[in-house]
Design a protein around this ligand. Structure first.
Ligand SMILES: [Zn+2]
Length: 191
């Protein structure tokens, strides 16, 4: 899937979480950092791809990507699996621990926002032609629906004209249905 779809997918997963889970009080700084972490999480699995959107968004990223991507085994390997979820979850929690003393931010919330974005990426990629090696290192790519030709071509017309709009509609629907909860969250939970 394209970066834009993953951004929206991560945001949709975050919207769903706020809509369905108990609300937590947080500072405005925490809310902003969590939002950014969600976007980064939504693109992070594609760091195994030199043309990944995350790399294009950082200065010098393309150069670093040439060094990092071979280590991750090429596109859609370990970072697109359950093992990858554990690995990234662990590394990111350690990273957040290191910086948490500097920033007045609830790193627990930030970590969850990152992971929600990360998992949403794998779920979206599961709908694409290439599928996802969820059980890495077992070399099976899993896709939904099971027939490859029924799945979405990355960057293709179905992604642009169906998957992306469906995600938009899902967001609008959730904001509409859970409007009081979202307002409550904005008014009373962000300090
Ligand atoms: Zn991907």
């Amino acid at each position: 899937m394209a970066g834009r779809t993953h951004d929206l997918g991560a945001f949709t997963a975050l919207t769903y979480t706020v809509a369905t889970q108990p609300l937590h009080e947080m500072t405005l700084a925490t809310a902003i950092v969590a939002f950014l972490a969600n976007m980064v999480g939504g693109l992070a699995p594609d760091i195994d791809q030199p043309t990944g959107n995350l790399w294009n968004r950082v200065r010098g990223g393309r150069l670093v990507s040439r060094l990092v991507t071979p280590l991750l085994g090429g596109h859609r390997f370990i970072s697109h699996s359950l093992l990858g979820i554990l690995l990234f979850g662990f590394v990111v929690s350690k990273l957040l621990d290191t910086v948490s003393s500097v920033l007045l931010v609830d790193m627990n919330i930030v970590w969850w926002a990152f992971m929600i974005g990360f998992v949403s990426h794998l779920m979206l990629d599961t709908l694409s032609r290439e599928g996802v090696p969820w059980l890495f290192p077992i070399p099976i790519r899993i896709g939904i629906p099971p027939f490859r030709f029924l799945r979405i071509k990355t960057g293709g017309i179905v992604e642009k004209s169906f998957a992306f709009p469906m995600l938009l509609i899902a967001n609008i629907y959730m904001y509409y249905i859970h409007y009081p909860k979202f307002m409550d969250f904005l008014r009373h939970y962000i300090k």
